[in-house]
Design a protein around this ligand. Structure first.
Ligand SMILES: [Zn+2]
Ligand SMILES: [Zn+2]
Length: 240
């Protein structure tokens, strides 16, 4: 088995296993939009994965960061040493991604604070403040394939997902879980800031016309996604 071999979701969407998460590639016309980066050391896996697809690093023309957690942004420095893509994130996440506000203060959540005490040293890149373009609900990422931003507050304040309407796919970052590849669930309560918002964001996702969901830490859902989210949200309402 080739560990660098990307996981194909469909013709336009692939994932690569990197350190600490799965990053997602949206591909069209030899252009790559990279969704998240992984912990430091992940760039090597990204490079090999892109090569395995017959593409080149210079084909990366956009990067979207779903939120500021280090397993999603940790190796951005290495990527930016090689390429100069446009970078997008929600405005609430940018100061934490750049390390201007100590990320340990980003959340009252103790699990996140502990994570940051261990990792804050590599997260200071003030230049990113000016390099990242802020996006919010409904914004379109400039790319030769339709990508719409969905604001999904809850896991973090500025968590975003990406909706590909022509692909009936949504990329949700950490805003939903899919344990063992069969159990769709809300974002982890251990690592999320506000579970009430997490559930509201899931409700918002249940309104999208989707067939597939792509996660940062779990295998994708490749069919009937809309019905599955609706069931999750409805069952939760009945319990509470
Ligand atoms: Zn996260
Ligand atoms: Zn994560």
């Amino acid at each position: 088995m080739n560990i660098f071999k990307p996981i194909k979701i469909n013709h336009h969407v692939y994932q690569i296993r990197v350190i600490g998460c799965r990053i997602t590639l949206i591909i069209n016309d030899n252009c790559i939009c990279l969704v998240d980066i992984g912990y430091p050391g992940s760039y090597r896996f990204i490079k090999n994965g892109i090569k395995a697809l017959g593409l080149s690093i210079s084909d990366i023309n956009s990067i979207v960061l779903t939120h500021y957690h280090p397993d999603h942004i940790g190796d951005i420095k290495s990527v930016l040493e090689d390429v100069t893509p446009q970078i997008f994130a929600h405005k609430d996440e940018i100061p934490f991604i750049a390390g201007l506000v100590p990320a340990v203060k980003a959340s009252n959540n103790q699990a996140i604070q502990l994570l940051y005490k261990k990792t804050k040293s590599y997260l200071t890149m003030p230049d990113l403040m000016n390099r990242i373009s802020p996006v919010t609900e409904g914004d379109v990422i400039p790319f030769p394939y339709r990508i719409n931003t969905v604001h999904l507050p809850g896991h973090t304040k500025g968590s975003i997902g990406l909706f590909l309407p022509d692909n009936r796919t949504v990329i949700v970052g950490d805003s939903l879980t899919h344990k063992f590849g069969r159990q769709l669930g809300f974002a982890s309560s251990l690592y999320s800031d506000d579970m009430k918002l997490v559930k509201q964001s899931a409700l918002k996702l249940s309104d999208l016309d989707i067939d597939k969901i792509v996660f940062s830490h779990y295998p994708p859902i490749t069919k009937n996604a809309k019905a599955k989210i609706k069931t999750l949200v409805t069952n939760d309402k009945e319990r509470t």
